[in-house]
Design a protein around this ligand. Structure first.
Ligand code: NQM
Length: 359
């Protein structure tokens, strides 16, 4: 264990459109309570500016990945995602993060958990939060991780090496089933919603039903306190219906408001995590929204411009578009997700020793 009384080995990475601190599990306390208290001190939570830690003062930059050699045969590494609060001293393992996931394979090679291939490396990752499996495939010319490349993703300036993510078993990640309320639609506060979990528990509603266009900026949405109150009411009731209990203090379910696509995609989205407007959309959030679009009767299906079968669904968001492929088997009594995939990029920002603030 490379932990001293004052410092902990840590790599800061951008994963997709998020940023977080990556640790080897062995470099952190084994007891989850001690681990979480240490992580709060490292990230600078609770404090709206996280000024005394390495957190970035937003849920998208207050994230932690804990990585270890996998305990199961069909994976190379285990990845536990922890969402740290910014203003609140909370650490939650109740959701996945497909964005930080994008950096896990490269981190595993850098730390020697997985041997790099001569040209590219595929790392099989068990997402501990849900038990789902993902494969990350990325370039490793001459056996070394190369972060440079020509892949561009919306919400991140410039280009980087492509990380291809392929998911299996994401259905019911947190709630146990794809349609946790047992229905394609529910009615809450007089509005039709769909509650789905294909990697991320999401409540979908029509933007127009909540009195917005669905094309507002995150700043405009953040200033709309009436809207935020309505979203909180929706998600609190949806949380109960989805079997998640009282979700007042937890980051899931997220809410995504949908409107017709405007930029060549399948649908336009505005997502709240859980109340802060997302600058783009989460990876597994997008996978879940794309799944809803394919289900006749779910919110979004009728608004969507669906591509030819097998083609990616363009999920438009405030800073661009995330293209997702979802293979859905609808031949049985209930729809079943076969696989999902998408492209991300990730980058090592800093590798060294992080110093937690004193209590
Ligand atoms: O949905 C935001 C993000 C996420 C999580 C969130 C994510 C995902 O943008 O898989 O990536 O929903 O909290 O990183």
């Amino acid at each position: 264990m490379s932990r001293t009384s004052s410092g902990v080995r840590c790599m800061l990475m951008r994963g997709g459109t998020s940023k977080g601190a990556y640790f080897l599990a062995g470099d952190l306390p084994a007891d989850p309570r001690d681990r979480d208290l240490l992580l709060l001190r490292i990230m600078g939570t609770p404090d709206p500016r996280q000024i005394d830690g390495v957190g970035g003062a937003h849920p998208l930059t207050s994230k932690v990945a804990v990585v270890s050699a996998s305990a199961v045969e069909d994976a190379d590494v285990d990845y536990l995602f922890l969402q740290l609060g910014v203003d609140d001293a909370t650490v939650s393992d109740r959701q996945n993060c497909g964005n930080l996931l994008a950096g896990v394979g490269q981190f595993a090679v850098e730390r020697g958990l997985v041997a790099a291939g001569p040209a590219e490396t595929a790392v099989r990752i068990r997402m501990v939060n849900s038990g789902s499996l993902a494969t990350a495939r990325f370039p490793t010319p001459n056996g070394v991780v190369d972060y440079t490349g020509a892949a561009a993703i919306s919400g991140v300036p410039g280009t980087a090496a492509p990380v291809l993510l392929d998911f299996a078993g994401t259905e019911g990640s947190t709630c146990g089933s794809l349609l946790p309320t047992g229905k394609l639609r529910d009615r809450i506060d007089g509005i039709e919603v769909s509650c789905l979990d294909n990697g991320m528990p999401v409540v979908l509603a029509g933007a127009a039903d909540l009195g917005i266009t669905g094309y507002e900026t995150p700043e405009e949405l953040n200033a709309n306190t009436v809207l935020l109150e309505r979203i909180q009411s929706l998600r609190l009731q949806a949380g109960e219906l989805m079997g998640l209990g009282d979700v007042g203090e937890t980051p899931v379910p997220k809410t995504t408001l949908v409107a017709p696509a405007r930029n060549g995609g399948a649908i336009a989205t505005r997502t709240f995590i859980p109340l802060r407007p997302h600058a783009s959309i989460g990876v597994l959030g997008a996978v879940t929204v794309a799944t809803a679009l394919l289900l006749d009767g779910a919110i979004g299906h009728d608004l969507a411009r669906l591509p030819a079968p097998g083609e990616p669904l363009g999920i438009e968001h405030p800073t661009g578009r995330l293209d997702v492929t979802v293979d859905l088997d609808t031949t049985g009594p209930a729809p079943h997700v076969v696989r999902a995939g998408l492209l991300r990029t990730a980058r090592k920002l800093f590798d060294g020793t992080v110093f937690p603030r004193a209590y």
